[in-house]
Write a protein that binds this ligand. Structure first.
Ligand SMILES: C[C@@]1(CC(=O)O)c2cc3[nH]c(cc4nc(cc5[nH]c(cc(n2)[C@H]1CCC(=O)O)[C@@](C)(CC(=O)O)[C@@H]5CCC(=O)O)C(CC(=O)O)=C4CCC(=O)O)c(CCC(=O)O)c3CC(=O)O
Ligand SMILES: NC(=O)C1=CN([C@@H]2O[C@H](COP(=O)(O)OP(=O)(O)OC[C@H]3O[C@@H](n4cnc5c(N)ncnc54)[C@H](O)[C@@H]3O)[C@@H](O)[C@H]2O)C=CC1
Length: 162
C-alpha cells in the first residue's frame, strides 16, 4: 500500500449525516451508517428500491429533490454519491467551505475520509481500507475476515454480489 490512512473510530450515534444521491452506492453506505445509529437524511430525485424500503420503514429521512447549496448546513458528515460528477463536486465544495468532513464516491482524491468496509461482531468492529488503492481488494479482505468471525453488517444483498 502506497499511502495508509489512520482508522479513526468515531461515535456517530444520533449524528445527522447527509447522503446526496439515492442509488446503489448510497444505499450500501447508508446501511453501514445505520448499523452505528446515525440519523441519516437522503436527498435525491429518485431512490433505488432498497432506499425506498428504508424510507418506508422510517429508518431514514428522505427528500425527493435535487441537491441545493445549503443542504449540508447542520450535517456532521456528508456523503456525495450521485451519478453526476458536477453535483458531487458541488457538494464537496460546500462541505469544504463549511469544514464538514465529506466523502465523494466517484473521486478518491476529493475525499476527506474514505468509506470503510466493516465487519461487526459482538466483540469488535473491524474497518478495512486500502488507502483508496483498490476497493475490490478491500472487499476480498472483508470476505476473508467474515469467514473467520461472521458479520452483523450483511453485505449479501449488495448489488455486485447478486
Ligand atoms: C477510495 C474510495 C473513496 C470512497 O470512500 O468513496 C472508493 C472509491 C471508488 N470505488 C470505485 C469502485 C468500486 N468500489 C467498490 C466497493 C467499495 N468501495 C468502497 C470504498 C471506497 N471506494 C473508498 C476507499 C476504498 C479503498 O480503501 O480502496 C467500499 C470499501 C465501501 C462502501 O462503498 O461501502 C466498498 C466495498 C464494500 C465491501 O463489499 O466490502 C467496488 C466493488 C463493488 O461495488 O462490488 C467498485 C467497482 C470496481 C472494483 O471492483 O474495484 C470507484 C470507481 C467508480 C467508477 O468507476 O465510477 C471509486 C472512485 C475512485 O477510485 O476515485
Ligand atoms: N466508491 C464506490 O464504492 C463506488 C462508486 N461509484 C460511483 O458512485 C456514484 C453513484 O453510483 P450508483 O449509486 O451506482 O448510481 P445510481 O445511478 O444508482 O444512483 C444515482 C443517484 O443519484 C441521484 N442524483 C442524480 N442527480 C442528483 C442531484 N442533482 N441531487 C441529488 N441526487 C441526485 C439519482 O436520483 C440517484 O438516486 C457514481 O458516480 C459511481 O461512479 C460506483 C461504484 C463504486
Amino acid at each position: 500500500m502506497e499511502k495508509a490512512y489512520f482508522p479513526m473510530f468515531v461515535d456517530i450515534k444520533g449524528m445527522k449525516i447527509l447522503v446526496v444521491g439515492g442509488g446503489n452506492i448510497a444505499l450500501r453506505r447508508v446501511k453501514t451508517l445505520l448499523e452505528f445509529g446515525a440519523d441519516v437524511q437522503v436527498i435525491a430525485p429518485e431512490l433505488c428500491a432498497g432506499m425506498k424500503e428504508l424510507a418506508a420503514e422510517g429508518k431514514i429521512r428522505s427528500e425527493l429533490r435535487e441537491y441545493m447549496e445549503g443542504d449540508a448546513e447542520s450535517a456532521g458528515i456528508v456523503i456525495a454519491a450521485t451519478d453526476s460528477r458536477a453535483v458531487n463536486r458541488a457538494v464537496q465544495e460546500e462541505c469544504r467551505h463549511r469544514k464538514i468532513p465529506v466523502n465523494v464516491a466517484d473521486d478518491r482524491d476529493s475525499c476527506d475520509f474514505y468509506f470503510p468496509s466493516v465487519v461487526i461482531t459482538d466483540e469488535a468492529v473491524i474497518g478495512i481500507n486500502s488507502g483508496g488503492e483498490d476497493p475490490g481488494r478491500v472487499k476480498r479482505v472483508r470476505s476473508g475476515i467474515e469467514a473467520l468471525y461472521g458479520n452483523r453488517r450483511d453485505y449479501s444483498d449488495d448489488r455486485i454480489e447478486k
